[in-house]
Design a protein. Structure first.
Length: 412
């Protein structure tokens, strides 16, 4: 069984590579199916191409790329209903057919299975093919979506087997569209939001089997967040945030500051920073004052969509992190973990935060976390040790030098 998340590659980067090779164009699929009342019931738009490798009668291998828009039909595509699944069917000439089907359940639906089949008996598409017949290739996707969202993914999905490579990117997809209106609410795939690294080393050889490599999670981009009260800044936060959800499957999510909104509020005894984006409904950091002279992170609330479309929510108002005196900021450059619940933790990177007493929109002097000061303590020690060794080395070479010059004099 294939998972839908498979070696994502930035779509545009990948396309650029193909332009450089001068080999392939994509087939831009666009399908807007309507029901009997002319209301849209299925909307699909993406780019795709396939490379099929086959053996010829003189025992060589040939690879063809299918992206020919001139002879494409969508016969058999249907919107489905409560009893029948929806289907997108595409015929590339007479030799290749492609189907994606959807299964409907009460509260959600699945992008179910991708099936491609090609007919090597067709000598125009597969000239000189040694074996003649129909070759089917299927991938079970089982990707769950709710009815009120449109799935969007710019990143590349590729499926590959020995003889067939399938690429899909720039996907917009909504099946079982309700009330004839394609949703404005997007469900953005994880690959688009986690800034996955671009890997396209194996692209030039279509016969290579792509295996998903376990890549180390990249560290998140540091974002600048602030809250204003009237027209003065009252809360400042600079941090890279990585969410770690460990329900049935571990899920690491880096917050991309450029696509994340922030708001909040400031009061004398509490302050709140709220982040949200297309995947995170809200992520709240609530700060409080204790003993009248210190602040700390007291509460974290999160509600976000997971890859399967379900909503993950956790709240904990009994935390104690990022503790510093009022009138200063809290600084921690090293990675720190804010453990919110058994299933949810936040890894912070290059953190600086000041939820109270911000003056002129600038951070006050920082109280640095213990982890950082360990490092700062080690640096002078290391420098001292190195200097000590240097002095000893200079001294020894001086002594040796003196000896040599003395013996030199004696021999003359
Ligand atoms: C799909 O087609 C319907 C009817 O032709 C049209 O009203 C609608 O705007 C189209 N939707 C999109 C997203 O193109
Ligand atoms: C649907 O649209 C077609 C042309 O776009 C039109 O001929 C037909 O009458 C419409 N049907 C309904 C039920 O509106
Ligand atoms: C989708 O297609 C696969 C493979 O062709 C098939 O096994 C499955 O039953 C289909 N599901 C639906 C809902 O049609
Ligand atoms: C495969 O292609 C051959 C030659 O074009 C054709 O005769 C045959 O009917 C095709 N098979 C199927 C199942 O479409
Ligand atoms: C579709 O319309 C029905 C009734 O008009 C309404 O109850 C439902 O919320 C609508 N669904 C969406 C997704 O807009
Ligand atoms: C703050 O806003 C008020 C009204 O919106 C305005 O009168 C005042 O000049 C502003 N102060 C500063 C420092 O911009
Ligand atoms: C995520 O959390 C789990 C359980 O707490 C932990 O084992 C894992 O190392 C964490 N991963 C990262 C990248 O922080
Ligand atoms: C979605 O995934 C989460 C975490 O793996 C799980 O707890 C939840 O039950 C799943 N939701 C559905 C509807 O399958
Ligand atoms: C956080 O979530 C809890 C439980 O859902 C709720 O009681 C609390 O009011 C929330 N706090 C904020 C500041 O929204
Ligand atoms: C809050 O946390 C403290 C220590 O972390 C613990 O002693 C206390 O029982 C917790 N309170 C609640 C209501 O969970």
């Amino acid at each position: 069984m294939m998972r839908f998340r498979l070696s994502p590659v930035s779509g545009s980067g990948f396309f650029m590579l193909f332009l450089l090779l001068g080999a392939v164009q994509a087939y831009p699929l666009k399908l807007n199916l309507t029901d009997l009342k002319n209301a849209t019931c299925l909307y699909a738009k993406w780019d795709m191409d396939f490379q099929i490798t086959y053996e010829t009668t003189n025992h060589t291998y040939k690879t063809i790329t299918i992206s020919d828009p001139s002879s494409v039909t969508y016969d058999g595509s249907s919107c489905g209903d409560d009893h029948n699944g929806a289907k997108i069917m595409v015929q590339f000439g007479s030799a290749i057919s492609w189907t994606l089907n959807f299964t409907k359940e009460v509260s959600h639906y699945f992008i179910d299975t991708i099936s491609l089949s090609y007919n090597t008996s067709d000598s125009t598409t597969f000239p000189g093919a040694a074996a003649k017949g129909i070759v089917p290739v299927t991938h079970s996707v089982r990707f769950e979506l709710s009815f009120d969202v449109i799935f969007r993914c710019n990143s590349l999905f590729n499926f590959s087997q020995e003889s067939v490579v399938e690429n899909y990117w720039d996907i917009h997809l909504q099946a079982f569209v309700q009330n004839g209106t394609v949703s404005k609410k997007e469900y953005v795939c994880e690959e688009d939001t986690t800034e996955a690294p671009v890997i396209h080393t194996t692209m030039s050889s279509p016969t290579t089997t792509f295996t998903p490599t376990s890549k180390p999670t990249p560290t998140p981009t540091v974002g600048n967040y602030s809250v204003t009260n009237g027209n003065t800044t009252c809360l400042l936060a600079t941090m890279g945030l990585q969410l770690n959800i460990t329900e049935k499957v571990p899920f690491i999510f880096n917050i991309n500051p450029t696509t994340t909104n922030f708001t909040g509020s400031c009061h004398p005894e509490t302050a709140q920073l709220r982040l949200n984006n297309s995947q995170i409904k809200h992520l709240d950091f609530i700060f409080a004052v204790k003993n009248e002279n210190r602040f700390y992170l007291k509460e974290v609330n999160i509600s976000m969509y997971l890859t399967n479309g379900s909503v993950f929510s956790v709240a904990n108002d009994n935390l104690s992190f990022w503790d510093a005196p009022l009138g200063s900021s809290y600084l921690c450059n090293k990675e720190q973990v804010v453990s919110v619940s058994k299933t949810f933790q936040i890894n912070t990177f290059n953190l600086k935060v000041q939820p109270f007493n911000v003056t002129e929109g600038k951070y006050s002097t920082a109280e640095e976390c213990a982890a950082d000061s360990d490092l700062n303590f080690l640096i002078p020690v290391a420098v001292g040790v190195a200097l000590g060794f240097l002095i000893i080395a200079v001294f020894i070479s001086y002594m040796i030098g003196r000896r040599k010059s003395r013996t030199g004099y004696q021999s003359v």
